[in-house]
Design a protein around this ligand. Structure first.
Ligand SMILES: [Zn+2]
Length: 378
């Protein structure tokens, strides 16, 4: 379990203030690389050496490969920092590494240089390992490991430089187009290229499979699939940002909300309110002041007997900081709050006064209408 509560990864280190995580899927990649190197690559390089030597080299080379990936991601982090981007974490997983930035770059320049730093680090590492492997004092085993690392870092740089968002090359492309086309259009082009490249990988994988290369084929398909989803998600995010730009809670909330007193039993509220109106929640008031929120979900948790025996006030979620949102807060911030609080509803309040309810369904309905109206006649 990691500090942020996600149980699918563990923190292994903290480098220049950035927590480094291992995702559980990383174990798969690690085992695969050690195995491929120790039983295929290194024996082919030097068939006369004992098996133990191949496994030792395989293990060392894989570890250094992961250090290389980490350095690549740290390259992004350091360059991002210079452009005002804070890196929240770096995670190593099945398809390599990912540096989680706290926000999107503010302009094309920041995007471009942050993206360029990773492959630049990999190229420097490739050169470094190539030179190290060529040193006369290097043992034969050391040279074999060095040559492999030079090769894999070069491959890492080249793969990442393919102009397919969200790969680094796609980010370079987006950064380059940003100033000219604007962020949304640049993302559209770069993630379009990403989708195209993803399908190319998937088709290559299928052909490899048909050609008898089961393992390589499956791997291409997996990476292609992952890229395809990532490209689509990046594009969706930008579209969402576009639709949400300038929208506040006030614009998206439901007004004239019906509230109810906290004194009656839940069964009565269920019958007289929820069933009659179909609403998903009611603010609960006492002497005119809001004291909490009763959601249909809370009612459904109770048995019929409990609904008779429990008062609305006893079943409601009491008024708390997490349940309340200011009307002038930007909508994306409110949506993040909702997700964080684990409730699809927030009370919109100005001081003690209830202005409305912000519900996830209401927001989605409004956004859909906004988008349809913005699209023009059809
Ligand atoms: Zn990168």
């Amino acid at each position: 379990m990691s500090a942020d509560g996600r149980s699918d990864r563990v923190q292994i280190a903290r480098v220049i203030g950035i927590p480094i995580y291992l995702h559980f899927s990383w174990v798969i990649l690690f085992a695969l690389i050690v195995w491929t190197l120790s039983t295929g690559y290194f024996p082919a390089q030097d068939p006369d050496l004992p098996v133990s030597s191949h496994w030792a080299k395989g293990l060392v080379a894989t570890l250094l490969f992961f250090v290389s990936i980490l350095l690549h991601e740290l390259g992004h982090a350091v360059a991002g920092h210079r452009h005002g981007l804070h890196t929240r974490s770096i995670t190593l997983f099945m398809f390599g590494g990912v540096a989680q930035l706290d926000k999107d770059p503010k302009d094309g320049k920041a995007e471009f240089w942050t993206a360029a730093a990773g492959p630049a680090v990999s190229l420097v590492l490739a050169a470094f390992f190539y030179v190290a492997a060529s040193l006369p004092i290097m043992s034969a085993s050391g040279a074999a490991v060095g040559r492999y690392l030079a090769l894999i870092n070069l491959a890492l740089a080249l793969f990442n430089l393919v102009p397919a968002f969200p790969l680094d090359g796609g980010r370079l492309l987006r950064g380059a187009l940003w100033g000219w086309l604007g962020k949304a259009q640049a993302t559209r082009v770069a993630s379009g290229a990403g989708t195209l490249f993803a399908f190319f990988l998937i088709f290559s994988g299928v052909f490899s499979l048909l050609g008898g290369n089961t393992f390589g084929g499956l791997w291409y398909i997996l990476i292609g699939w992952f890229l395809k989803d990532a490209a689509a998600a990046s594009f969706q995010q930008v579209r969402l940002d576009e639709v949400l730009r300038g929208v506040t809670v006030r614009d998206a909330m439901v007004e004239d909300v019906e509230s109810m007193p906290g004194t009656g039993p839940v069964s009565e509220a269920a019958r007289e309110r929820f069933m009659r109106t179909g609403y998903g929640s009611y603010p609960v008031t006492r002497a005119g002041a809001v004291v909490g929120l009763l959601c249909l979900k809370d009612v459904l948790h109770l048995t019929p007997e409990e609904r008779d025996a429990t008062s609305v006030q006893g079943a409601m979620r009491p008024l708390s900081e997490a349940l309340v949102i200011d009307p002038d807060v930007p909508l994306p911030v409110a949506l993040t709050r909702m997700a964080g609080a684990g409730t699809p509803r927030l009370l919109v309040m100005e001081g003690q006064r209830l202005l409305g309810l912000l519900t996830l369904n209401g927001v989605i309905r409004r956004l859909k209408v906004r988008e349809e109206l913005a699209a023009g006649p059809r």
